[in-house]
Design a protein around this ligand. Structure first.
Ligand code: NAD
Length: 404
């Protein structure tokens, strides 16, 4: 005799942001749903035509640029998507992570549209992740025609040696003293960062360089799950003088240079075997969980947002990825490449006038005039929105079930 089904216990809670340094340890499921819907609505309003990707793998699919890539693929081109992320589900006492809620919302909305949308929550650097993804592609997608590499991680366990490598955010060569902003207190001060040693540089390249991207493409190729004309891209940031000492010319910049090496090797292989291509795509600075952890970036972004909003050129993740996929990778011409073979959608940020205005403000900014001369309010609001807070129409005093 069948036992009567036990109703699942639903423990509702009122969820408020709990910010610790540059992370928020809570996330709001309804707010994350609204934020995913806003991005879907943006794409739906664009009137995208022409051929695009149909079977897409997104590595780092749950937040920031990876999530936007998944949304443009699914809702712009009707693509089936498989995602890999590293997120926390909710427990009875704690909310899930924002990426967890974003992904549940994305899957629900994509499935409602009749699209395949599955996500594997695992360490993308592991061999097991590659095997699990290949199994899913074989079972549900056949082959993939676009692979987006959008991981941002502080450490990586090398699948061959088992060694755990940690990245550092440090300058190279000389110590660097730069203005920085404590986003909790709104205090602008100076920070001195000591240069990395060679070991730290090598470890950062291990984590954020191109090796894992190459391993993914190798595994997918060997398993026979790459489609003809397959495209792959990995994301990078270049920036200008203000951020070079801590980004472009620093440890993370070195790791990103290694992406160029990997892109060229992968491009060679894919173009010969599949008529495909591999490109590094350069994106603009944006408030994400990854960028808020980088010293100097929150202050730079607060000033940049102010200037770009004044110029009418401000963009978020979805606008950037829309331009990248629709106007570059899947346009009716080949993508426009820079001298290193990269696709650029960061040029509005690097515009000379924009940079010189940001630089002028950079020299002036203090704790006292921060709100007046920067868009710190906009920065903070974007930061809360990453975790599903400050979204319009959400009742943040209502009890919600965190275990979606
Ligand atoms: P993000 O923190 O919003 O997203 C990172 C993603 O990686 C998440 O989906 C997370 O779950 C996933 N992830 C992290 N570790 C993982 C692991 N071990 N296994 C599986 N998944 C894992 O980051 P983002 O800012 O969107 O950055 C994505 C890429 O874009 C990075 O390469 C970053 O350098 C690049 N980029 C970012 C900016 C920016 O300003 N934020 C600008 C240009 C380029």
């Amino acid at each position: 005799m069948a036992l009567p089904l036990q109703p699942m216990e639903v423990i509702n809670m009122i969820i408020k942001p709990k910010v610790r340094g540059f992370i928020c340890t809570t996330a709001h499921p309804t707010g994350c749903d609204v934020s995913v819907q806003e991005q879907i609505d943006y794409v739906a309003n664009q009137n995208i035509s022409g051929d695009g990707p149909k079977k897409v793998l997104v590595l780092g699919c749950s937040t920031g640029y990876g999530l936007a890539s998944r949304i443009v693929s699914a809702f712009g081109y009707g693509a089936d998507t498989l995602g890999v992320m590293f997120e926390k589900p909710a427990t009875e006492k704690k909310t899930g992570s924002a990426g967890w809620y974003n992904t549940r919302a994305f899957e629900k909305k994509a499935e409602a549209k009749g699209l395949f949308a599955k996500t594997i929550n695992t360490d993308a650097f592991s061999d097991e992740a590659k095997t699990a993804v290949i199994d899913q592609i074989k079972a549900h997608m056949g082959k993939v025609d676009l692979v987006v590499y959008s991981l941002a991680a502080p450490r990586r366990k090398d699948p061959k040696t088992g060694e755990v490598h940690s990245s550092v955010l440090k300058p190279i060569g000389e110590p660097v003293t730069r203005k920085t902003l404590n986003t909790d207190t709104g205090v602008v001060s100076e920070v001195t960062l000591e240069p990395a040693n060679q070991d730290e540089i090598d470890n950062t390249i291990k984590v954020m360089g191109g090796e894992d991207w190459e391993l993914w493409i190798e595994a997918l190729d060997e398993a026979g799950v790459l489609a003809d004309n397959v495209k792959t891209t990995a994301y990078t940031y270049i920036g200008k003088e203000l951020t070079w000492p801590i980004y472009g010319h620093a440890t993370i910049g070195k790791a990103k240079e290694d992406l160029d090496r990997a892109a060229s090797a992968i491009n060679h292989k894919l173009s010969e075997q599949y008529g495909g291509e591999a490109r590094v795509s350069v994106l603009k600075a944006l408030v994400t969980q990854a960028s808020s952890a980088i010293p100097v970036m929150p202050l730079y972004i607060s000033l940049l947002y102010r200037v770009m909003k004044e110029h009418g050129t401000h963009e978020g993740a979805i606008e950037q990825i829309y331009r990248l996929l629709v106007e570059e990778f899947y346009a009716d011409r080949d993508p426009i490449l820079d001298e290193n073979g990269r696709v650029r959608v960061d040029l509005k940020e690097l515009d000379e006038q924009v940079q010189s205005e940001v630089e002028a403000l950079w020299h002036k900014v203090t704790s006292e005039n921060l709100n007046e001369i920067s868009d710190f309010k906009g920065y903070q609001s974007e930061f809360f929105r990453l975790f599903g807070f400050e979204l319009p129409g959400v009742d943040y005093d209502a009890d919600v079930d965190p275990q979606v």
